[in-house]
Design a protein around this ligand. Structure first.
Ligand code: ADP
Ligand code: MG
Length: 696
């Protein structure tokens, strides 16, 4: 067997590899540029590019690509070979510093939300040296940011990197106030990825899975997830082989694939890596999704990353575990062991509480998508209401601080905050609330609303930015303070007084919570069209412009992309549904009806005394349902004509949401009822049971 430590990161041009392969002066100059955030000179870039190329060729690479993350939740790549003709009719393998640093893909077909017209289709890709290059399928991939000719970001990486710089600045200011030694603060993320595996032969028979990545029809199977026998159950050999091969692929790419298990629904699984610095974690998660699909295909399976592939069963999410860590290895959300650390922890906690309350809308928006709408609020995933879980113990500590328990003199009070029993016990007592969208789990927060197919970039850009903006405000107060202890205390109390409505430790799935949240004035943005516009609200535009994360233009373009994406997805789903009804379901039901009618007539020719009650009842029922189905399909077709006439994308999205989706669920209900009474041999595609239990 291959030695895992030996193969780990085999395909990554890591810092260590760079050190081995570069002349030491170049390596030092390169590191200096990176650490100071300066751009590389062309001379250094040429040497780095050459070393990278030599190494990549050794790993079997023939091509290179600027690997980037456009607004599609996926990654993009265009391969260029290293070859260059020489004068003797032969070729040499070349890769220049210029090619490493900057690319100019003709990018007119990527979503840009109006930022570029086709005549200025050029986009630029720029190397992100903070994320290492790697070789994948014989191609040297260089992680890059992607922007328009005029410098506006067209990707997920650019704002994320900016948000990381931002939180570093303001978290460092807080650490300086406390005298905590550190040079840099990074945010860390560990995303737990859920997915489904189905056999390719059944997948290929369902147009809804092929076109929409989710089923648009399907009656409940006799057995679903009610026995809870799949969760953490023994992994089937074929799935086990898949997971093993996936692990090796990921390890070679330097991804710390760690935990894997069966999830709640049949055919559902999860993979969690060990956490990493956020931009690396984002890149890695994109690769995890890509590799899951590739490796599944080798086992004749299809990996479904959709948030809700099957109605009535749990959907898939991506728990985004988030924290902040210093370059010295201190986790800033670890409650700590000494009073000073406790106070610092409580101040960071206060910043997060304030941020989540003030920017509920942005957090909700960051996970809004047509697919995730089916999952959020579905009694298996957090509701659409943002709240925070802190656990009873931490909440009690905060309540005591707020009510001034033991509050006599500020100096002692501050030390009192610090010496309350914060450490260690917390870690075991939290994290038993699985229903909260934003839960403190001992030394990190877990944002559980991200959809399984989404890039985690936007969610983290938002978390970083909103927390940084609160830290900025706190630092402004504390840097001017004559009495740090007193003012830290005041900030915490003030935050709790204004924002503790966001803390909820109860059951987020309950109906009472929806009412209680409304009473508390918390937002309940139920669907994507309700969320998108919030991005462009003045308070949010002001936040992003202040910190240079997004310009107003970029926000408008992103909202445009989100609306368009939502409409496109619903458009495809509705057309697929119409197609499956007209070409598959209706003809199949007519055929079955004919068979029953023939059988009844045949009976009568044998003897008119024979009862044909069952056949008659069945025919009556089928015929009625079939008429309903045909009428509903016609209605949907009419609605699709109407939606085409709507100009504004936000109105269009709302129409899809209100009218088209309603029509679609009506059609589904009728078709699912028919599925339950039509002979399974006549049903035109595999039923839920056949799909869910297809992998053995
Ligand atoms: P759970 O109880 O949710 O299964 P785990 O301990 O398995 O919790 O962790 C889930 C994920 O959280 C893993 O990806 C893990 O690496 C990540 N994680 C742990 N600590 C941190 C941290 N400080 N910052 C970010 N992610 C973290
Ligand atoms: Mg978890």
């Amino acid at each position: 067997m291959e030695s895992i430590p030996e193969i780990f990161g085999e395909y990554v041009f890591s810092d260590e590899r760079m050190k081995e392969n570069l002349p030491s002066v170049t390596y030092k100059a390169y590191r200096k540029c990176i650490e100071n955030g300066e751009s590389l000179t062309i001379d250094i870039a040429n040497v780095v590019a050459n070393a990278m190329k030599q190494w990549a060729i050794g790993k079997g690479a023939t091509h290179f690509t600027h690997w980037f993350q456009p607004m599609t939740d996926m990654t993009a790549e265009k391969h260029d070979s290293f070859i260059n003709p020489d004068q003797n009719g032969k070729v040499i393998m070349e890769f220049s510093g210029k090619e490493l640093i900057k690319g100019e893909p003709d990018a007119s077909s990527f979503p840009n939300g109006g930022l570029r017209s086709t005549f200025e289709a050029r986009g630029y890709t720029a190397w992100d040296p903070t994320s290492p290059a790697f070789v994948k399928d014989g191609v040297l991939c260089i992680p890059t940011a992607f922007c328009s000719y005029s410098g506006e970001a067209l990707d997920q990486k650019t704002p994320l990197l900016k948000s990381m710089d931002l939180i570093n600045i303001h978290a460092m200011r807080i650490l300086n106030i406390f005298g905590t030694p550190a040079r840099k603060v990074n945010t860390t993320v560990g995303p737990e990825q859920e997915y489904f595996l189905v056999d390719k032969s059944v997948f290929d028979k369902r147009k809804d899975l092929i076109y929409c990545n989710r089923t648009l029809f399907g009656a409940r199977p006799a057995k679903g997830q009610e026995l809870s026998d799949h969760y953490f159950g023994a992994i089937k050999p074929r799935v086990h082989d898949f997971m093993r091969e996936l692990d090796f692929e990921l390890w070679r790419l330097g991804i710390n694939a760690k935990t894997e298990h069966n999830e709640v629904a049949p055919a559902q699984h999860e993979l969690a890596p060990v956490f990493a610095t956020t931009n690396i974690a984002v890149d890695h998660n994109q690769l995890v999704m890509e590799m899951m699909k590739k490796v599944a295909a080798r086992y004749n399976m299809v990996c479904l990353l959709h948030e809700k592939p099957f109605a009535g069963l749990n959907g898939s999410g991506k728990h985004n575990n988030w924290s902040m860590a210093t370059d010295t290895g201190l986790n800033l959300l670890d409650p700590g062991k000494t009073p000073a650390q406790n106070a610092q922890f409580l101040l960071f906690l206060a910043a997060i509480i304030k941020a989540v309350d003030e920017y509920q809308d942005l957090l909700r928006m960051s996970v809004a998508s047509a697919g995730n709408d089916h999952r959020l609020g579905g009694n298996e995933a957090p509701p659409s209401i943002i709240s925070m879980f802190l656990g009873d113990e931490l909440t009690q500590i905060l309540d005591d601080i707020k009510s001034g328990v033991g509050h006599r003199d500020t100096e002692r009070e501050f030390m009192h905050i610090g010496s309350t029993v914060l450490p260690t016990i917390l870690r075991d007592n939290t994290d038993r609330n699985r229903t909260s969208p934003f839960a403190f789990t001992g030394n990190k927060f877990e944002f559980r609303m991200v959809g399984s197919s989404q890039s985690i970039s936007m969610a983290n850009t938002i978390i970083n930015t909103i927390v940084a903006s609160e830290l900025d405000q706190f630092a402004d107060i504390l840097e001017k303070s004559g009495d740090i202890n007193r003012d830290v205390n005041r900030i915490i109390i003030d935050t709790l007084e204004k924002h503790d409505r966001i803390i909820f430790n109860g059951n987020n799935y309950s109906e009472e919570w929806v009412k209680e949240a409304e009473r508390r004035g918390l937002l309940n943005l139920r669907s994507t069209p309700d969320c998108i516009g919030r991005f462009g609200e003045e308070k949010n535009v002001a936040l992003f412009e202040k910190y240079g994360i997004f310009t107003r233009n970029e926000i408008n373009s992103r909202m445009g992309i989100m609306y368009e994406n939502y409409c496109n997805i619903l458009h495809i789903e509705a057309l697929t549904m119409i197609d499956m009804c007209n070409k598959n379901i209706i003809p199949a039901v007519i055929g079955f009806q004919g068979k029953v009618a023939e059988a009844a007539a045949a009976k009568k020719t044998v003897s008119s005394a024979l009862s044909i009650k069952t056949e008659e009842d069945l025919l009556t029922k089928i015929s009625k349902l079939l008429d309903c189905l045909a009428t509903s399909v016609k209605e949907l077709e009419d609605e699709m004509i109407k939606v085409n006439g709507i100009k504004e994308t936000d109105d269009k999205a709302r129409f899809y949401r209100e009218n088209i989706l309603t029509c679609m669920s009506q059609i589904r209900e009728i078709a699912d009822e028919l599925e339950l009474i039509v002979d399974e041999k006549d049903w035109p595609f595999p039923a839920y049971g056949a799909v869910l239990y297809s992998v053995r």
